[in-house]
Design a binder for this molecule. Sequence first.
Ligand code: SF4
Length: 439
Amino acid sequence: MRRLLHSFSPHDYDHDRGRHGAEKGPPDPAMQDKHTVLKMPAYLPDFSCIGPECEDHCCYGWDIIVDKVSYRRYGKLPSTGLGKRIRKVMRLIRKDPSDARYARFVRSSEVCPFLTPSRLCRIQAELGQDLLPDTCAIFPRHLRARQAWIDLSASMACPEIARRALENPKGIEILEVRHDPATAGMLRGIEPKQPVEVEASGLALRVFVLSLLKDRTHELWRRVMALGFLLEAVGFSDAASGTGTLTLLLDEFAHRVDSGEWMDRMENAPVMSGLQLQLVKRLHDEMAPWVRVKTFRDCAAECLAGLHYTGTQPFTDEIGRRYDLAFKQAYEPFFDHYAFMLENYLVNHVLHHDLGFHQGRRLFDDYVMMVLNFAMLKTYLIGMAARHGERMNAAMVTRLIYSFTKAVEPDARFRDYALRLLAQSGCADMMHLAVLIKN
Ligand code: SF4
């Protein structure tokens, strides 16, 4: 699997454009006969880790999870030197272990015990790439094997990925890479998890979702909201279980978007920025105690200080006015030129979180989580605008987004808490989510 990630080359690309430069449908069967097809964002094939140059090494603030195969390999190392050290800091995971999450390295500080002072990995340097646990060998990439192709995505928790993904004004394209079946045989550790018909409808839905998110003829908030209406309809119908019904539903939806019917409907959604800010602050206060990612803590503190809304201070009308003013005077002018960064964030989120490939309530929950992440980022960014005014720049946005992703992505507590909070407050439907989306 690791060699597969490093073995394709740019010459294998098929540029793969759909309605708005988004993804197209299932791979061509003729192509499949001879090759395994990999689908991935265009920024990924020539990505490489920048190692010691990285401003926030991926070992920082995270536990390193060890898979079962690596655990066994480490058990066979000589009981001296690095082998002894590895075994000393490795502990089995007792709660819900799996082959992928079998053990972990215990940290005595914020960084992995094998990160050297020169910010290199000691395991990689002394034992080689093959002896890295899967977590480190694959990060920031993620592979999903399908029956008919392989999806490869990447996490914005890596600042280098975040730069590549966010800072491209042309948006994120999807590439298809034809891959030698002999190398693809290395994927034996990854099995497709869904039946072929679920995959087919998942792909049809993803193609449509990406196309909608990339349609710059509409403002971004309208695209996000339209997407919610679509996923609500798909999730609560039986359309996702059959491509025929799904195609009809998507066609009808596309027609209503193109006619302006859906977009007009968004106009009536209320703007309640004070409520938006309070809800996001509540989520922030809940997650703050367990966030160890220092860059994110610094970014968030700076953003909330920009709004004078820190600590346990209650919300006031004055804070609300400051929020609205920062939105109008600094956030909006900045994102008039940089809206593509938020679009790219959402497109990457869809790819990396497999949005479209789950069904029923889970499909809509995936959307709710996307909206919550988007709303939290937007609120921090308005705080950043309050703080920096015209000095706000793309690098600041990237820094916030990668560090936020690093803080929330690996921790299931955030998803659980956020979904529960919205459900308990009766806010997990489109009318309430509109409050988070629209400014
Ligand atoms: S976060 Fe990304 S660039 Fe930084 S060390 Fe990890 S993989 Fe490399």
